[in-house]
Design a protein around this ligand. Structure first.
Ligand SMILES: CCCCCCCC(=O)SCCNC(=O)CCNC(=O)[C@H](O)C(C)(C)COP(=O)(O)OP(=O)(O)OC[C@H]1O[C@@H](n2cnc3c(N)ncnc32)[C@H](O)[C@@H]1OP(=O)(O)O
Length: 153
């Protein structure tokens, strides 16, 4: 029981093995977002994003593409924390309120449905206690058998 791998260890292992140069969560990326997702006690992942000025689109607001990347990254890392490596198959983002630069925000994700090879996840970004954006993502594992089915060989 003591030797069981923790969600954070699983997450780190998948991150190192599967996308060590990721533009969203790699620490080494020269111009990436460098988001440090970590497992939560509630069974999901969470991270703080500093909302630096360099990520803006419209003046003073974080670019919507960056917001989508934060949400997608949270959901991907959430699956990593369960030892699952899967690809984004569908991503729906609702930009509810502007995300301001210069104020930190929290991004969280949880798994809402497991039906391998499909997984449905929810994610949201909160700044100063207000939800700024929410997302639903469908993720798919990509084992060789499925690959063969898709390719028809
Ligand atoms: C050169 C390029 C410059 C870079 C810019 C790049 C583009 C960007 O990245 S922009 C940044 C990302 N986006 C944002 O920050 C937007 C944040 N969100 C907001 O500001 C607001 O929610 C905004 C403006 C979208 C809508 O605000 P608001 O007017 O209050 O609308 P809201 O009351 O929420 O909704 C109005 C109606 O639209 C509907 N609606 C809003 N969003 C959606 C949606 N995604 N789908 C369907 N219906 C929607 C609502 O249901 C509502 O309907 P009803 O009146 O029937 O109830």
């Amino acid at each position: 029981m003591g030797s069981e791998t923790s969600p954070d260890e699983l997450l780190e292992q998948a991150r190192q093995e599967q996308h060590p140069r990721c533009i969203v969560c790699s620490e080494q990326h020269t111009c990436g977002l460098k988001v440090e997702y970590a497992a939560t006690d509630e069974g999901g992942v969470a991270a703080t994003f500093e909302c630096l000025e360099q990520w803006q689109g419209y003046s003073g607001l974080v670019h919507g593409g960056v917001i989508a990347s934060l949400l997608d990254g949270a959901m991907t890392n959430c699956l990593f924390a369960e030892g699952i490596v899967a690809y984004t198959a569908d991503l729906q983002v609702r930009y509810k309120r502007p995300l301001h630069v210069g104020t930190p925000a929290q991004v969280v994700a949880t798994v809402s449905r497991r039906n391998p090879p499909l997984f449905v996840l929810k994610s949201k970004i909160v700044q100063e206690g207000r939800v700024r954006a929410i997302a639903t993502g469908m993720f798919m594992t990509n084992d060789n058998q499925l690959k063969q089915l898709w390719n028809g060989d």
